[in-house]
Design a protein around this ligand. Structure first.
Ligand SMILES: [Zn+2]
Length: 119
């Protein structure tokens, strides 16, 4: 696989708009239209790993944790800009707005207004 340097300035870390545990809709690539749960976020590269999306087969040698070796299926990161957050309430892909509740900011669905972050 070709490793490309990301074009971001060093020290600048932009947040990805989704978080671990969010359900997202994939907008581009092989898995476009698929929904899945975010299992990892990489703010430095603006990438996310989505459950069941961009699964790559890896041929691995036997290791201590995997005595059999063989083919392992593993999710590879995709660009954060290629996913859209899915609201748990209205079940639609949406953008988020900030909502101030009890002096704390929560993310809220722009379509139905439901808070996305539950305490
Ligand atoms: Zn909603």
């Amino acid at each position: 696989m070709i490793q490309r340097k990301n074009g971001l300035h060093e020290g600048v870390q932009r947040k990805v708009h989704v978080r671990k545990g969010d359900t997202v809709l994939v907008l581009a690539g092989k898995s476009a239209g698929k929904r899945g749960k975010v299992i990892q976020v990489y703010p430095a590269t603006q990438r996310v790993i989505v459950e069941g999306v961009n699964v790559a087969k890896r041929h691995s040698r036997p290791t201590r944790s995997l005595p059999q070796g063989g083919i392992v299926e593993k999710e590879a990161p995709i660009a954060g800009s290629n996913v859209m957050l899915v609201c748990g309430k209205c079940n639609q892909p949406t953008r988020v707005s900030k909502k101030l509740v009890e002096q704390k900011y929560y993310r809220a669905c722009k379509k139905c207004g439901e808070l996305i972050d539950k305490q």
